[in-house]
Design a protein. Structure first.
Length: 70
């Protein structure tokens, strides 16, 4: 299992995946908003989304876990 982590601090603007959904490496799973910029965060590996760990509007820090992919 891999965990998609935040690459920067910001607010979760949009969660693009749901639990049980198949994702491919490079597919955006969450969009963060910081300083009025939207930053997509992508899955690093192919797999099934096991758990979404954040909700839209949550503030997150660098290296916080966003999504678990199995």
């Amino acid at each position: 299992m891999t965990t998609v982590k935040a690459t920067m601090a910001g607010t979760v603007w949009k969660v693009l995946v749901t639990e049980g959904q198949h994702v491919t490496a490079g597919e955006d799973v969450v969009i963060l908003e910081s300083m009025k910029m939207e930053i997509p965060i992508a899955a690093e590996t192919d797999g099934i989304v096991k758990k979404v760990l954040v909700a839209e509007g949550d503030f997150i820090n660098v290296d916080d876990n966003l999504v678990e992919v199995e």
